[in-house]
Design a protein around this ligand. Structure first.
Ligand code: ADP
Ligand code: GLC
Length: 481
């Protein structure tokens, strides 16, 4: 089956969060199962500077993209990544020659509406010029959500078939791509699509809404999140639109790339380990504590946390429980980036408790692996979590997840209280009191070594690989054809 993916992030070329990991691992897994896969990505500066791209990129086509009454020029570069897997980079310096994909200093670029509309139109144009004849065009999040509608409209205009079925995966409903109505003419879509039955959303235009309404299939990244987004509490104002697709909403938990995330063979770690012999994990902890300036000895556990600094990740809950990390016999190491206010708060907390709390900012792939390996517990008190990858990375690294009972966290972690034999972690309600109770349970578990080791081994022996998830997507693709 010929498959096209379109995404705004792709590991290892550009990443702000789990979307990059998921898009990369899914496309790779589908390619390795024998399907020709093409992935479209904006040609951001960091991507063009990546050694694999610099070495191999060649120009595939030039673009003249109509936006209202102007034509914007650009080009598509082609990079062969591996057998069956080709990367296409949509380039136009005005839009993508920037360091960050979406904005700087916590503020989005003002022309994101134009940038990702150009990207979506460029993908449609490339499908035509490159004659990819894709059976499936799989789009991810708002940045690519206009593609299904633009594709069908283009087919009508040209009386031609450009691709088979279209899919939109919602990785995070909190980001929708909402822009002023004055951008509507740039779509060159007919006027009838301007209104409520089309792009309009409270007087503005909403790209994600267009994707939900006009793709052949809407999917999301865990069954619990799939139910949550139909409610006002989690639906971010689109629950009504989503309900129109309720019957065919396909929910599939992401996998993880077990090649990149493998404690038995991880170049970022000082020692290898596996479920049979955890001694290497202690060496990873020693290195983590040394590198982050934390006390090497202590009776209590080491908590790790890696996230974008945004309300979704439950930072308010951590703030409310700051006293726990300050007073109890434990250490906390945080790696995060984003929200300046949160960064400041965390840094102040760390400064007030040297040797106990370490806060590291910026994107740091190597440190993220070391935290996964060196911590005893991985903290994810998210207020909502479509899937979440870190709790899966931590189970694979023998680090017990301490997570709120929402979305994909509820679907991937089994509470040791509910199932002492098979449990892999600790779940709690997404509130400050919930986290307090979860933290207190984690101290009890840590003190009970046999129970702790059982949870560690249960997590490490879970099959979290993409193979099953990719096979489920393939079956779903087939059902649409
Ligand atoms: P989300 O996509 O909502 O941010 P996920 O758990 O799905 O959450 O994925 C987050 C991904 O981003 C993980 O691979 C995580 O390790 C990574 N990550 C987040 N912050 C950082 C950081 N500061 N440095 C390195 N990796 C990070
Ligand atoms: C989003 C979600 C996260 C999910 C990731 C990959 O960034 O916030 O929960 O794991 O996408 O699907």
């Amino acid at each position: 089956m010929k498959i096209v993916h379109a995404a705004s992030e792709l590991f290892p070329f550009v990443k702000t969060g789990g979307l990059a990991d998921a898009a990369a691992a899914l496309s790779q897994s589908l390619a390795r199962q024998g399907n020709p896969v093409a992935v479209f990505l904006p040609g951001y500066r960091a991507v063009l500077e990546h050694p694999r791209v610099r070495e191999k990129a060649r120009k595939a086509i030039t673009l003249g993209i109509e936006m209202d009454d102007q034509f914007h020029h650009g080009e598509v570069l082609e990079v062969g990544l591996e057998k069956n897997l080709t990367l296409y980079l949509v380039c136009r310096d005005e839009f993508f020659d920037r360091r960050h994909p979406y904005g700087v200093g916590g503020r989005d670029y003002e022309d994101n509406g134009e940038r990702f509309l150009f990207f979506a139109k460029a993908v449609v144009e490339a499908l035509s010029q490159l004659r990819l004849k894709a059976d499936i065009v799989h789009c991810h999040d708002w940045q690519t959500a206009m593609i299904p509608l633009l594709l069908r409209y283009e087919e009508r205009r040209r009386s031609a078939v450009l691709a088979g079925r279209t899919l939109l995966t919602i990785h995070n409903l909190a980001f929708q791509g909402i822009f002023p109505m004055r951008l509507f003419p740039l779509t060159n879509l007919p006027e009838e699509l301007r209104g409520m039955d089309g792009l309009e959303y409270y007087g503005q235009i909403n790209y994600l809404k267009a994707g939900i309404l006009f793709s052949d299939s809407v999917t999301t990244v865990s069954p619990t999140y799939g139910k949550e987004i139909l409610t006002p509490e989690f639906g971010c104002g689109l629950e009504g639109v989503l309900k129109t697709r309720k019957e065919d909403l396909f929910c599939q938990v992401n996998g993880i790339d077990t090649g990149l995330w493998n404690p038995a063979d991880d170049p970022h770690l000082p020692a290898a380990y596996g479920p049979e012999d955890l001694s290497g994990k202690s060496r990873c902890q020693e290195k983590l504590l040394k590198q982050t300036g934390l006390k090497p000895k202590g009776k209590g556990p080491v908590y790790g946390m890696i996230c974008r600094f945004t309300p979704q990740k439950g930072l308010e809950l951590i703030r409310a429980n700051g006293g726990f990390f300050a007073k109890r016999d434990c250490r906390l190491v945080v790696l995060g980036s984003g929200g300046e206010e949160d960064e400041r708060w965390f840094k102040e907390l760390a400064a007030a408790h040297p040797g106990k709390i370490s806060v590291n900012t910026g994107m740091n792939e190597a440190l993220s692996h070391l935290i996964e390996a060196g911590a005893d517990f991985f903290l994810m008190p998210s207020t909502f979590e479509p899937c979440g990858l870190n709790q899966m990375y931590s189970m694979r690294y023998g680090t017990v997840p301490l997570v709120s009972r929402v979305g994909g966290l509820a679907d991937t972690v089994t509470d040791i209280g509910r199932d002492p034999e098979e449990g892999t972690g600790i779940l709690f309600p997404p509130t400050a009191e919930g986290l307090a109770e979860g933290l207190s349970r984690s101290l009890d578990l840590y003190a009970d070594r046999p129970a702790m080791e059982r949870a560690i081994r249960n997590g490490m022996s879970r099959d979290l690989s993409w193979d099953n998830a990719a096979a489920a997507y393939l079956r779903h693709y087939e059902s649409l054809l």
